[in-house]
Design a protein around this ligand. Structure first.
Ligand code: 2RA
Length: 337
């Protein structure tokens, strides 16, 4: 039976993608209500050929809705409880509730069963975490992961539509001998890399780096896994890439790893170095899957692997994962009728 869905933050980059993914995956939407701040109210968006006007979010936006998809920011703190009180299941893409022990943190390919114990709110993990754990899970199941060393190459759209505007405006200005001061990023991002995403925290790691550690532990139900991350912003429009070094308990050959990953849900292996085939952000954007290539044994340790993992962070890293969680709620009969 059809499900009434509210999207909060509908007019932003993730909001647009949520609408698109609901349509593409043919989610059984009954009524779709698009909500945002007063600044974006009145904008018109389209869903399945229908024009829908964005309204300002109020507690009553959730009356009669069964699922509320929150695109990000502080809105879920402000309106999440009101949505839950009105019988909605909240799927929240912000970091507000991710580490709350009362809130499941779900990647459907990894821990789908966790949606079943929700108490009204389900959190969608951080984009770089989602992309990594989809690739880690089948390896963990097959060989047990002891330790992960990850370095990310994160696209500017991870910082929203303004990140894209800054990269394109700055690139154009610099190529033409002009200037374009940094705004969204701490330094010039055109023709540069910035090893700094989100704020610095404990031990001089950034919040983005801690998210990759703590969220992975929660999603994988294994806080003994050693994880260390360096997260870097790169001048790419869309799709995050990650160099992932893995130490396993049981030795896996590159060939075994390739087979395991190729059979795993949500993964496409692109790994034929002789034919110059490996995943790249340019070719992984607008796709729902996580792409893995450059699969190699790391023979500096008894059982080590290197992977290159790429995923569209607005799709699988945000909107697609959220819609997949909604699909699980339908499948498990977790929604109020
Ligand atoms: C980024 N991970 O790429 C963030 C977005 N949530 O900036």
């Amino acid at each position: 039976s059809p499900v009434n869905v509210a999207i909060v933050g509908a007019s932003g980059a993730v909001g647009h993608e949520l609408v698109k993914v609901l349509e593409e995956r043919n989610f059984p939407v009954g009524e779709l209500r698009l909500c945002a701040t007063s600044r974006s109210a009145g904008k018109v968006m389209s869903f399945k050929g229908q024009s829908l006007t964005v309204e300002e979010t109020t507690p009553d936006s959730f009356t009669g809705m069964q699922v509320a998809l929150f695109a990000g920011g502080s809105a879920s703190k402000e309106f999440g409880p009101a949505a839950v009180e009105r019988g909605c299941v909240v799927i929240d893409n912000s970091s507000n509730f991710r580490l709350d022990p009362e809130v499941p943190l779900v990647v459907p390919e990894v821990n789908p069963g966790d949606v079943k114990w929700h108490k009204g709110i389900i959190a969608n993990p951080n984009c770089s975490t989602i992309i990594m754990v989809v690739a880690l899970k089948p390896i963990h199941d097959a060989a047990g992961i002891k330790r992960v060393v990850v370095s990310t190459y994160q696209a500017v759209s991870g910082a929203g539509a303004e990140g894209i505007a800054e990269l394109s405006g700055q690139t154009g200005a610099i190529v033409n001998g002009g200037e374009y001061p940094p705004g969204k990023f701490p330094y010039q991002i055109a023709f540069n890399l910035i090893p700094h995403i989100d704020v610095f925290q404990d031990m001089d790691y950034t919040k983005e780096e801690w998210k990759m550690v703590k969220e992975t532990h929660k999603i994988m139900h294994d806080s003994s896994m050693g994880i260390t991350a360096t997260t870097v912003r790169v001048p790419v429009y869309r799709s995050h890439s990650e160099s992932v070094n893995i130490e396993t308990n049981k030795k896996l050959t590159a060939e075994q790893t390739r087979t395991i990953l190729a059979q795993a849900p949500g993964i496409i292996v692109v790994d034929d170095p002789r034919e110059k085939k490996y995943p790249m952000p340019l070719f992984c954007s607008d796709k729902d899957e996580v792409f893995v290539g450059r699969i190699r044994e790391d023979n500096s340790i008894p059982s080590g692997l290197n992977l290159w993992v790429v995923g569209d962070q607005i799709r699988k890293g945000a909107a697609t994962n959220a819609v997949q969680i909604a699909e699980l709620l339908v499948k498990y009969g977790c929604l109020q009728v």
